[in-house]
Design a protein around this ligand. Structure first.
Ligand code: ADP
Ligand code: MG
Length: 355
C-alpha cells in the first residue's frame, strides 16, 4: 500500500463509520446492556428483563414493556444519528432522556447480529426486524420491545480479544443493571444468565415516577438501595436531602464504619444519569477526609438534581461523563449537603477517637 499521505481522501462507508463509533460506545457486553437499558427507560418501561449467554457475548437480550417502535420506524431506529429524542439544538441543551445521539443501535448492530422485535400498544401485531438481512416479518409479542444481540464483536476479532472471562463480563453486566436499578425504584429489573435468575429487583414504587423532592419517593429509593446493595448500606448511612443554590442533593452517605477498602460502592447520579465525575469525587473525598483513616473508601449514593441547561451531557459517547456549567456551585452543594449530613457522626468521631 501507498503511504497514507499519497492516498486520495475518501468518505468511509456507513458500515465502517458505525464500526468506528462502536469502538467508543460498546467496549464490552455491559456497554450494550447500559445502552439498551437507557432505551427501555426512555420508552417508559416498568419492567425490564435482561438475558445473557456466555457473559453476554453469545447472546444478550433486553426485553421491556415500554412504548414500542412502530413497524414503519423499525428500520429507522437502526440508522445512525436517527433518534426520536431530540429534534433541535435547543432540545439537546435541555435534554432529560438518557439517549439523544441516535447511535447506539446502529453501532451495536455493526458489530453483532442484532434483531429488533417490537410492538406499540396500538399495533395489532409485533414485527421483527433482522438488522443484517433487513428482513421484516410479523411476530408475536405483547406491547413493548425486545432487542436481541448475538455474537457481539464477531466481526471485530481485535475487540473480541479484549474480552475477559464470561464470569467477569457477567459481573460488569450486573453492575450496569445495578446502576440503573439504583435510580429507578419505579421499574422492576431481572437479569438472567445461562437460564439462571441472577438478580431480580421488584419495583418499590408504583405509579408515575415522582422524584427526590417527594418524601415517599425517597423512601422507595432507600428500599431499592437496600434491595440492591444490602440492608446495611442504608442502615449504616445518614440520609442526605438538601438544596444548595440551584442544586438539590439527595441520597445516603455511609457512616465511617461502613467504609470499605475499595471504592466500589460510590454511586453518583446527575438528573437520573449515573456519572463518574471529578468534581463530585473531589467534593465527596474532601467531605470524608477527616472521618476516614488510611485508604478507607466511603460508600454513598448521591442523586443530584439541577437545571438541565446547567449541565452538558454531550461530552462523551457513553455519557458517563458530564460537564457542569458552574462546577464550583456543584462542588459546594455536595460538600455542604455532606457536611450537614455527617455533622453528627463527625462530632461523635471527635469525641471518641478510635485507637
Ligand atoms: P437514542 O437512544 O440516542 O435515540 P438509539 O440508537 O439507542 O439512539 O435508539 C434509536 C431510536 O430507537 C430511539 O430514539 C427510539 O426511538 C428507538 N428505540 C430504541 N430502543 C427502544 C425501546 N426499547 N423502546 C422504544 N423505542 C426504542
Ligand atoms: Mg439509546
Amino acid at each position: 500500500t501507498l503511504p497514507a499521505a499519497a492516498r486520495p481522501i475518501r468518505e468511509l462507508p456507513d458500515e465502517l463509520i458505525s464500526q468506528i463509533a462502536a469502538g467508543e460506545v460498546v467496549e464490552r457486553p455491559a456497554s450494550a446492556v447500559r445502552e439498551l437499558l437507557d432505551n427501555a427507560l426512555d420508552a417508559g418501561a416498568r419492567q425490564i428483563t435482561v438475558r445473557l449467554l456466555a457473559g453476554g457475548v453469545r447472546l444478550l437480550s433486553v426485553e421491556d414493556d415500554g412504548a414500542g417502535i412502530a413497524q414503519d420506524q423499525l428500520a429507522l431506529a437502526l440508522r445512525r444519528h436517527a433518534t426520536s429524542k431530540i429534534a433541535s439544538l435547543d432540545e439537546l441543551e435541555s435534554v432529560l432522556t438518557m439517549g439523544f445521539r441516535g447511535e447506539a443501535l446502529a453501532a451495536i448492530a455493526s458489530v453483532s447480529e442484532l434483531s429488533l422485535l417490537s410492538r406499540p400498544a396500538g399495533q395489532a401485531s409485533a414485527f421483527l426486524l433482522d438488522a443484517r438481512s433487513g428482513e421484516l416479518r410479523p411476530a408475536a409479542r405483547s406491547p413493548g420491545t425486545t432487542v436481541e444481540i448475538k455474537e457481539l464483536f464477531f466481526a471485530t476479532p481485535a475487540r473480541r480479544k479484549f474480552l475477559k472471562s464470561d464470569a467477569t463480563e457477567l459481573a460488569h453486566c450486573v453492575q450496569a443493571v445495578r446502576r440503573h436499578a439504583l435510580v429507578r425504584p419505579d421499574v422492576g429489573f431481572a437479569l438472567w444468565h445461562e437460564g439462571r435468575l441472577v438478580e431480580q429487583w421488584r419495583p418499590t414504587w408504583s405509579g408515575p415516577a415522582a422524584g427526590t423532592h417527594d418524601a415517599a419517593w425517597r423512601e422507595a429509593l432507600g428500599q431499592r438501595l437496600a434491595d440492591v446493595l444490602g440492608e446495611d448500606f442504608v442502615l449504616q448511612a445518614v440520609p442526605v436531602h438538601r438544596r444548595v443554590g440551584s442544586v438539590v442533593v439527595t441520597g445516603w452517605a455511609g457512616l465511617p464504619d461502613a467504609a470499605r477498602s475499595r471504592a466500589d460502592q460510590q454511586y453518583c447520579y446527575v438528573n437520573g444519569r449515573f456519572v463518574r465525575d471529578r468534581v463530585l469525587a473531589h467534593a465527596t473525598r474532601s467531605a470524608y477526609e477527616d472521618l476516614l483513616h488510611g485508604q478507607r473508601q466511603p460508600v454513598y449514593a448521591l442523586y443530584l438534581e439541577l437545571d438541565p441547561q446547567r449541565v452538558d451531557v454531550n461530552v462523551h459517547p457513553t455519557k458517563i461523563e458530564v460537564r457542569f456549567r458552574d462546577s464550583r456551585e456543584v462542588h459546594q452543594a455536595v460538600r455542604h449537603a455532606l457536611d450537614d449530613a455527617l455533622a453528627a457522626p463527625r462530632a461523635q468521631a471527635l469525641a471518641e477517637p478510635d485507637a
